[in-house]
Design a protein around this ligand. Structure first.
Ligand SMILES: N/C(=N\S(N)(=O)=O)N1CCCC1
Ligand SMILES: [Zn+2]
Length: 263
């Protein structure tokens, strides 16, 4: 992928409407994290998350993934520390996964694919007053990426899995309350990689400080199978398409440095 051109065509997943010209295009996501090329930065701090389960509002199928949305009208669920200078507000989290356990994540580590990846999306509430503003700015967003591996059942995830059959079709939404996203964080949140990148779905804006956790979480095969029972398509459409492989292809690093918080 040419990194110098003003506009690059991003190889969007076939499910997405054709190639999309992306402004700038030299700090796109996801990427492969080449561990031996990452640079340890001793100034990187531990992440500080402060999530209030009372701000959890709804879960819905947006036709790309399913999202759990939080009330971000106040600073009740926040992220700070890590590589961040400011305080960020949690607005939603969602996942990307494959049709098989062999692939599904957006980021890779030394080309290693995981069956799924969780993204917790936050926006800079010190500098902006709405997500929609922050999404256009260099330091507007911070997304925590967490890899999922197939193994033991994730008890905290089950409440979310049980809600999925109610949002099988695109644009379906159900109330979803009192869910603490902290239960989805790995035990160790001190070890992470961080780099400047973009959203991995439209509008693909280059406004994201990515924080990719080194430690994965485990979910059961059956829990992932329920993710795959979701549909890309709305109830009215004649042909129903399984919601799988909703990940973007890897983008060029274009000279960026990935920093690590650990040696
Ligand atoms: N692509 C996105 N997040 S991601 N996959 O880059 O974390 N989003 C699109 C609008 C809100 C978040
Ligand atoms: Zn995502």
């Amino acid at each position: 992928l040419a990194c110098s051109s003003k506009y690059v065509l991003s190889q969007m997943h076939p499910m997405w409407q054709g190639p999309l010209a992306v402004p700038g295009g030299d700090r796109q996501s996801p990427i492969d994290i080449v561990v031996r090329k990452s640079v340890f930065d001793s100034k990187l701090k531990p992440l500080v998350t402060n999530y209030d389960p009372q701000t959890c509002q709804q879960i819905w199928n947006n036709g790309y993934s399913f999202l759990v949305e939080y009330d971000d009208t106040t600073d009740k669920s926040t992220l700070k520390g890590g590589p961040l200078q400011d305080q960020f507000r949690l607005c939603q989290f969602h996942f990307h996964w494959g049709e098989s356990n062999a692939w599904g994540s957006e980021h890779t580590v030394d080309r290693r694919l995981f069956p799924a990846e969780l993204h917790l999306v936050h926006w800079n509430s010190d500098k902006y007053s709405l997500f929609e503003e922050a999404v256009m700015e260099d330091n507007g967003l911070a997304v925590i990426g967490i890899f999922l591996k197939v193994g033991k059942r994730h008890e905290g995830l089950q409440k979310l899995v049980d809600a999925l059959p109610a949002i099988r079709h695109k644009d379906s939404v159900v109330e979803f309350t009192r869910f603490d996203p902290a239960c989805l964080l790995p035990a160790n949140t001190d070890d992470y990689w961080t780099y400047h990148g973009s959203l991995t779905t439209p509008p693909l804006t280059e406004s994201v400080s990515w924080i990719v956790m080194k430690q994965h979480i485990e979910v059961s095969h059956d829990q992932l199978a329920v993710f795959r029972s979701l549909l890309f398509t709305s109830a009215e459409e004649d042909v129903q398409k399984s919601m799988v492989n909703n990940f973007r292809v890897q983008q060029s690093l274009c000279g960026r440095t990935v920093r690590s918080s650990f040696t």
